[in-house]
Design a binder for this molecule. Structure first.
Ligand SMILES: [Cu+2]
Length: 352
Protein backbone atom coordinates (compact mmCIF):
# COMPACT_ATOMS: atom_id res chain seq x y z
CA UNK A 1 0.00 0.00 0.00
CA UNK A 2 2.77 2.45 0.93
CA UNK A 3 4.68 1.52 -2.24
CA UNK A 4 1.56 2.17 -4.26
CA UNK A 5 1.09 5.57 -2.61
CA UNK A 6 4.73 6.51 -3.28
CA UNK A 7 4.38 5.54 -6.95
CA UNK A 8 1.12 7.49 -7.12
CA UNK A 9 2.73 10.61 -5.64
CA UNK A 10 5.71 10.28 -8.02
CA UNK A 11 3.33 10.08 -10.99
CA UNK A 12 1.52 13.19 -9.74
CA UNK A 13 4.84 15.04 -9.35
CA UNK A 14 5.84 14.01 -12.89
CA UNK A 15 2.54 15.31 -14.24
CA UNK A 16 3.01 18.58 -12.35
CA UNK A 17 6.53 19.08 -13.78
CA UNK A 18 5.32 18.27 -17.27
CA UNK A 19 2.48 20.80 -16.94
CA UNK A 20 4.93 23.41 -15.69
CA UNK A 21 7.23 22.92 -18.72
CA UNK A 22 4.18 23.33 -20.94
CA UNK A 23 3.34 26.64 -19.27
CA UNK A 24 6.94 27.66 -19.72
CA UNK A 25 6.81 26.78 -23.42
CA UNK A 26 3.55 28.64 -23.86
CA UNK A 27 4.95 31.72 -22.15
CA UNK A 28 7.71 31.88 -24.77
CA UNK A 29 6.18 33.61 -27.75
CA UNK A 30 6.79 31.19 -30.56
CA UNK A 31 6.19 32.34 -34.08
CA UNK A 32 5.15 28.94 -35.46
CA UNK A 33 2.73 28.21 -32.62
CA UNK A 34 -0.21 26.35 -34.12
CA UNK A 35 -3.31 24.82 -32.51
CA UNK A 36 -3.52 22.18 -35.24
CA UNK A 37 -1.86 18.87 -34.37
CA UNK A 38 1.12 17.98 -36.53
CA UNK A 39 2.58 14.55 -37.32
CA UNK A 40 4.78 14.64 -34.26
CA UNK A 41 1.80 15.31 -31.94
CA UNK A 42 -0.18 12.49 -33.54
CA UNK A 43 2.68 10.02 -33.24
CA UNK A 44 3.09 11.03 -29.63
CA UNK A 45 -0.59 10.40 -28.93
CA UNK A 46 -0.41 7.07 -30.74
CA UNK A 47 2.40 5.88 -28.44
CA UNK A 48 0.48 7.13 -25.40
CA UNK A 49 -2.48 4.99 -26.46
CA UNK A 50 -0.19 1.96 -26.53
CA UNK A 51 1.21 2.88 -23.13
CA UNK A 52 -2.30 3.11 -21.73
CA UNK A 53 -3.17 -0.31 -23.14
CA UNK A 54 -0.12 -1.80 -21.41
CA UNK A 55 -1.11 0.02 -18.21
CA UNK A 56 -4.66 -1.39 -18.09
CA UNK A 57 -3.49 -4.93 -18.90
CA UNK A 58 -0.72 -4.61 -16.31
CA UNK A 59 -3.05 -3.37 -13.58
CA UNK A 60 -5.45 -6.23 -14.40
CA UNK A 61 -2.75 -8.88 -14.04
CA UNK A 62 -1.48 -7.20 -10.86
CA UNK A 63 -4.99 -7.17 -9.35
CA UNK A 64 -5.50 -10.85 -10.14
CA UNK A 65 -2.16 -11.70 -8.56
CA UNK A 66 -2.57 -9.48 -5.53
CA UNK A 67 -6.26 -9.68 -4.65
CA UNK A 68 -7.56 -13.11 -5.70
CA UNK A 69 -6.57 -14.45 -2.30
CA UNK A 70 -8.78 -12.01 -0.41
CA UNK A 71 -11.93 -13.23 -2.18
CA UNK A 72 -14.49 -15.26 -0.24
CA UNK A 73 -13.90 -19.01 0.14
CA UNK A 74 -16.24 -21.52 -1.52
CA UNK A 75 -19.94 -20.96 -0.82
CA UNK A 76 -21.24 -22.59 2.36
CA UNK A 77 -24.86 -22.81 1.25
CA UNK A 78 -26.80 -24.95 -1.20
CA UNK A 79 -27.67 -22.13 -3.62
CA UNK A 80 -24.23 -20.50 -3.24
CA UNK A 81 -22.55 -22.66 -5.89
CA UNK A 82 -25.15 -21.74 -8.49
CA UNK A 83 -24.76 -18.06 -7.63
CA UNK A 84 -20.96 -18.21 -7.85
CA UNK A 85 -21.09 -20.03 -11.19
CA UNK A 86 -23.37 -17.37 -12.71
CA UNK A 87 -21.00 -14.69 -11.43
CA UNK A 88 -17.95 -16.51 -12.81
CA UNK A 89 -19.43 -17.00 -16.29
CA UNK A 90 -20.54 -13.33 -16.41
CA UNK A 91 -17.03 -12.24 -15.44
CA UNK A 92 -15.34 -14.50 -18.01
CA UNK A 93 -17.54 -13.11 -20.81
CA UNK A 94 -16.97 -9.50 -19.71
CA UNK A 95 -13.24 -10.11 -19.33
CA UNK A 96 -12.92 -11.78 -22.76
CA UNK A 97 -14.80 -9.00 -24.56
CA UNK A 98 -12.97 -6.27 -22.64
CA UNK A 99 -9.53 -7.71 -23.42
CA UNK A 100 -10.21 -7.95 -27.17
CA UNK A 101 -12.07 -4.65 -27.64
CA UNK A 102 -9.52 -2.64 -25.67
CA UNK A 103 -6.65 -4.11 -27.69
CA UNK A 104 -8.44 -3.32 -30.98
CA UNK A 105 -9.46 0.17 -29.84
CA UNK A 106 -5.94 1.18 -28.85
CA UNK A 107 -4.22 -0.55 -31.74
CA UNK A 108 -6.47 1.12 -34.32
CA UNK A 109 -6.06 4.42 -32.48
CA UNK A 110 -2.34 4.03 -33.08
CA UNK A 111 -2.47 2.56 -36.60
CA UNK A 112 -4.84 5.18 -38.02
CA UNK A 113 -3.29 8.17 -36.28
CA UNK A 114 -3.34 11.40 -38.22
CA UNK A 115 -0.61 11.93 -40.80
CA UNK A 116 -0.05 14.68 -43.28
CA UNK A 117 -1.79 13.83 -46.55
CA UNK A 118 -3.65 10.82 -45.10
CA UNK A 119 -7.41 11.03 -45.62
CA UNK A 120 -10.06 9.24 -43.61
CA UNK A 121 -12.30 6.82 -45.48
CA UNK A 122 -15.88 7.84 -44.88
CA UNK A 123 -19.04 5.80 -45.30
CA UNK A 124 -22.42 6.64 -43.79
CA UNK A 125 -23.47 3.16 -42.70
CA UNK A 126 -22.86 -0.55 -43.11
CA UNK A 127 -25.96 -2.61 -42.36
CA UNK A 128 -24.16 -5.92 -42.17
CA UNK A 129 -21.54 -4.69 -39.69
CA UNK A 130 -24.17 -2.99 -37.53
CA UNK A 131 -26.31 -6.12 -37.58
CA UNK A 132 -23.39 -8.25 -36.38
CA UNK A 133 -22.34 -5.95 -33.56
CA UNK A 134 -25.94 -5.62 -32.39
CA UNK A 135 -27.10 -9.22 -32.62
CA UNK A 136 -24.13 -10.80 -30.81
CA UNK A 137 -24.48 -8.67 -27.62
CA UNK A 138 -28.28 -9.09 -27.79
CA UNK A 139 -27.98 -12.89 -27.77
CA UNK A 140 -25.28 -12.99 -25.09
CA UNK A 141 -27.00 -10.46 -22.80
CA UNK A 142 -30.45 -12.02 -23.24
CA UNK A 143 -28.91 -15.40 -22.32
CA UNK A 144 -27.26 -13.97 -19.20
CA UNK A 145 -30.45 -12.16 -18.16
CA UNK A 146 -32.63 -15.26 -18.61
CA UNK A 147 -30.16 -17.41 -16.71
CA UNK A 148 -29.95 -14.71 -14.01
CA UNK A 149 -33.74 -14.54 -13.69
CA UNK A 150 -33.94 -18.33 -13.43
CA UNK A 151 -31.22 -18.38 -10.73
CA UNK A 152 -32.85 -15.46 -8.89
CA UNK A 153 -36.24 -17.22 -8.86
CA UNK A 154 -34.60 -20.36 -7.46
CA UNK A 155 -32.71 -18.49 -4.74
CA UNK A 156 -35.66 -16.31 -3.72
CA UNK A 157 -38.10 -19.21 -3.47
CA UNK A 158 -39.07 -19.09 0.21
CA UNK A 159 -41.48 -21.91 0.92
CA UNK A 160 -42.26 -23.98 3.98
CA UNK A 161 -41.56 -27.36 2.36
CA UNK A 162 -38.93 -29.66 3.94
CA UNK A 163 -39.74 -28.37 7.44
CA UNK A 164 -37.34 -25.38 7.51
CA UNK A 165 -35.98 -23.97 10.73
CA UNK A 166 -37.62 -20.59 11.38
CA UNK A 167 -35.27 -17.87 12.63
CA UNK A 168 -35.94 -14.21 13.16
CA UNK A 169 -33.11 -11.73 12.61
CA UNK A 170 -33.78 -8.52 14.46
CA UNK A 171 -31.76 -5.45 13.49
CA UNK A 172 -31.31 -2.27 15.48
CA UNK A 173 -28.64 0.41 15.75
CA UNK A 174 -26.10 -1.20 16.17
CA UNK A 175 -26.52 -4.88 16.83
CA UNK A 176 -28.30 -8.04 15.82
CA UNK A 177 -30.51 -10.35 17.81
CA UNK A 178 -31.75 -13.76 16.67
CA UNK A 179 -34.95 -15.47 17.77
CA UNK A 180 -35.87 -19.12 17.39
CA UNK A 181 -39.41 -20.50 17.50
CA UNK A 182 -38.51 -22.99 20.23
CA UNK A 183 -39.83 -26.57 20.40
CA UNK A 184 -42.82 -25.80 18.14
CA UNK A 185 -40.63 -23.92 15.61
CA UNK A 186 -43.26 -21.15 15.52
CA UNK A 187 -42.33 -17.56 16.32
CA UNK A 188 -44.65 -15.75 18.70
CA UNK A 189 -46.22 -12.49 17.60
CA UNK A 190 -44.10 -9.40 18.06
CA UNK A 191 -44.28 -5.67 17.51
CA UNK A 192 -41.93 -2.81 18.35
CA UNK A 193 -44.77 -1.17 20.31
CA UNK A 194 -44.61 -4.03 22.82
CA UNK A 195 -40.91 -3.56 23.60
CA UNK A 196 -40.50 -3.37 27.36
CA UNK A 197 -36.88 -2.85 28.35
CA UNK A 198 -37.65 -3.00 32.09
CA UNK A 199 -38.90 -6.56 31.63
CA UNK A 200 -36.10 -7.43 29.19
CA UNK A 201 -38.64 -7.81 26.40
CA UNK A 202 -36.20 -6.27 23.96
CA UNK A 203 -37.82 -7.61 20.78
CA UNK A 204 -41.38 -6.61 21.68
CA UNK A 205 -42.78 -10.15 21.94
CA UNK A 206 -46.47 -10.52 22.63
CA UNK A 207 -46.46 -11.87 26.19
CA UNK A 208 -50.03 -13.12 25.79
CA UNK A 209 -49.20 -15.20 22.71
CA UNK A 210 -48.67 -18.87 23.70
CA UNK A 211 -46.32 -19.32 20.71
CA UNK A 212 -43.98 -16.67 22.19
CA UNK A 213 -43.41 -18.36 25.54
CA UNK A 214 -40.94 -20.98 24.24
CA UNK A 215 -39.13 -18.61 21.86
CA UNK A 216 -35.38 -18.38 22.36
CA UNK A 217 -33.64 -15.01 22.04
CA UNK A 218 -29.87 -15.07 21.47
CA UNK A 219 -26.87 -12.99 20.45
CA UNK A 220 -25.13 -15.73 18.48
CA UNK A 221 -26.67 -17.44 15.48
CA UNK A 222 -26.44 -21.24 15.57
CA UNK A 223 -27.56 -23.27 12.55
CA UNK A 224 -27.67 -27.04 12.09
CA UNK A 225 -25.86 -28.11 8.89
CA UNK A 226 -28.00 -29.43 6.03
CA UNK A 227 -31.32 -28.04 7.26
CA UNK A 228 -33.08 -25.29 5.38
CA UNK A 229 -33.45 -22.05 7.35
CA UNK A 230 -36.17 -19.50 6.67
CA UNK A 231 -35.11 -16.13 8.00
CA UNK A 232 -37.66 -13.48 8.91
CA UNK A 233 -36.02 -10.08 9.20
CA UNK A 234 -37.26 -7.14 11.24
CA UNK A 235 -35.75 -3.74 11.99
CA UNK A 236 -36.42 -1.55 14.99
CA UNK A 237 -35.24 1.81 13.70
CA UNK A 238 -33.76 2.37 10.24
CA UNK A 239 -32.93 0.36 7.13
CA UNK A 240 -30.37 -2.37 7.79
CA UNK A 241 -29.31 -5.25 5.60
CA UNK A 242 -28.57 -8.76 6.85
CA UNK A 243 -25.49 -9.85 4.91
CA UNK A 244 -24.07 -13.35 5.31
CA UNK A 245 -21.30 -13.33 2.70
CA UNK A 246 -20.13 -16.94 3.17
CA UNK A 247 -23.65 -18.15 2.39
CA UNK A 248 -24.08 -15.68 -0.51
CA UNK A 249 -27.11 -14.25 1.28
CA UNK A 250 -28.36 -10.73 1.82
CA UNK A 251 -31.73 -9.21 2.58
CA UNK A 252 -32.77 -5.72 3.66
CA UNK A 253 -34.33 -5.28 7.10
CA UNK A 254 -37.07 -2.69 6.80
CA UNK A 255 -38.83 -1.02 9.76
CA UNK A 256 -42.52 -1.89 9.83
CA UNK A 257 -42.38 -5.02 7.71
CA UNK A 258 -40.99 -8.56 7.72
CA UNK A 259 -38.64 -9.52 4.90
CA UNK A 260 -37.52 -13.09 4.21
CA UNK A 261 -34.59 -15.06 2.90
CA UNK A 262 -33.98 -18.78 2.89
CA UNK A 263 -30.88 -20.94 2.54
CA UNK A 264 -29.46 -24.30 3.53
CA UNK A 265 -26.00 -24.25 5.15
CA UNK A 266 -23.85 -27.06 3.77
CA UNK A 267 -20.47 -26.66 5.51
CA UNK A 268 -19.99 -26.57 9.28
CA UNK A 269 -17.77 -23.93 10.89
CA UNK A 270 -15.29 -26.69 11.88
CA UNK A 271 -15.12 -27.94 8.26
CA UNK A 272 -14.72 -24.43 6.85
CA UNK A 273 -11.77 -23.82 9.17
CA UNK A 274 -9.97 -26.62 7.28
CA UNK A 275 -10.64 -25.06 3.85
CA UNK A 276 -7.22 -24.17 2.30
CA UNK A 277 -8.35 -20.61 1.39
CA UNK A 278 -9.52 -20.05 4.96
CA UNK A 279 -6.36 -21.54 6.47
CA UNK A 280 -4.37 -19.19 4.23
CA UNK A 281 -6.40 -16.17 5.25
CA UNK A 282 -6.08 -16.99 8.95
CA UNK A 283 -2.29 -17.32 8.54
CA UNK A 284 -1.99 -13.98 6.75
CA UNK A 285 -4.24 -12.18 9.23
CA UNK A 286 -2.37 -13.55 12.23
CA UNK A 287 0.96 -12.57 10.68
CA UNK A 288 -0.29 -8.98 10.34
CA UNK A 289 -1.60 -9.09 13.91
CA UNK A 290 1.72 -10.34 15.24
CA UNK A 291 3.54 -7.53 13.39
CA UNK A 292 1.13 -4.96 14.82
CA UNK A 293 1.57 -6.37 18.30
CA UNK A 294 5.36 -6.16 17.89
CA UNK A 295 4.94 -2.46 17.02
CA UNK A 296 2.90 -1.95 20.16
CA UNK A 297 -0.36 -1.61 18.25
CA UNK A 298 -3.58 -3.37 19.18
CA UNK A 299 -4.78 -6.84 18.19
CA UNK A 300 -2.23 -9.34 19.37
CA UNK A 301 -4.60 -12.28 19.94
CA UNK A 302 -4.63 -14.81 17.14
CA UNK A 303 -7.77 -14.65 15.05
CA UNK A 304 -9.88 -17.65 14.22
CA UNK A 305 -12.27 -17.97 11.30
CA UNK A 306 -16.00 -17.71 11.95
CA UNK A 307 -18.98 -17.19 9.71
CA UNK A 308 -20.42 -13.77 10.20
CA UNK A 309 -23.59 -11.76 9.82
CA UNK A 310 -22.87 -8.16 8.88
CA UNK A 311 -24.98 -5.08 8.32
CA UNK A 312 -24.63 -4.05 4.69
CA UNK A 313 -26.62 -0.81 4.71
CA UNK A 314 -24.93 2.24 6.13
CA UNK A 315 -27.21 2.76 9.11
CA UNK A 316 -25.28 5.12 11.40
CA UNK A 317 -21.97 5.81 13.04
CA UNK A 318 -21.33 2.28 14.36
CA UNK A 319 -22.61 0.53 11.25
CA UNK A 320 -19.15 -0.85 10.52
CA UNK A 321 -19.21 -2.87 13.73
CA UNK A 322 -22.77 -4.19 13.52
CA UNK A 323 -22.19 -7.92 13.33
CA UNK A 324 -23.08 -11.28 14.82
CA UNK A 325 -21.19 -14.56 14.86
CA UNK A 326 -22.74 -17.49 13.00
CA UNK A 327 -21.95 -21.07 13.99
CA UNK A 328 -22.91 -23.94 11.68
CA UNK A 329 -22.74 -27.26 13.52
CA UNK A 330 -24.05 -30.81 13.54
CA UNK A 331 -27.68 -31.44 14.51
CA UNK A 332 -26.55 -32.94 17.88
CA UNK A 333 -24.39 -29.94 18.76
CA UNK A 334 -27.20 -27.63 17.71
CA UNK A 335 -29.75 -29.49 19.84
CA UNK A 336 -27.42 -29.37 22.85
CA UNK A 337 -26.95 -25.62 22.36
CA UNK A 338 -30.71 -25.01 22.07
CA UNK A 339 -31.24 -26.98 25.30
CA UNK A 340 -28.76 -24.76 27.14
CA UNK A 341 -30.67 -21.58 26.21
CA UNK A 342 -33.40 -19.89 28.24
CA UNK A 343 -36.86 -19.56 26.74
CA UNK A 344 -38.70 -16.24 26.66
CA UNK A 345 -41.05 -17.24 29.49
CA UNK A 346 -38.10 -18.41 31.64
CA UNK A 347 -36.36 -15.06 31.11
CA UNK A 348 -39.56 -13.15 31.98
CA UNK A 349 -40.10 -15.28 35.11
CA UNK A 350 -36.52 -14.77 36.31
CA UNK A 351 -36.89 -10.99 36.06
CA UNK A 352 -40.28 -10.56 37.73
CU1 LIG B 1 -27.14 -1.61 10.37
Amino acid sequence: MTTFLIIFVLVLVAIAIWQMTKIFELSKLKTEDSQVANDKDNRYNGYLLFAFLIFIYGITIFSFYKYTKVLLPEAASEHGGEYDYLMLVSFIIIFFVQTITQALLHYFGYKYKGEKGKKALFFADNDRLEFIWTIIPVIVLAGLILWGLYTWTNIMDINDEDDPLIVELYAQQFNWTARYGGADNVLGGANVRMIDIDKANVLGLDEADPYASDDIIVKELHLPVGRKVNFKMRSQDVLHSAYMPHFRAQMNCVPGMITEFSFTPTITTAEMRLNPDVVDKVKRTNKIRAERAANGEENSDPWEFDYILLCNKICGKSHYNMQMKIIVESQEDYDAWVKSQQTFSQTMASIQ
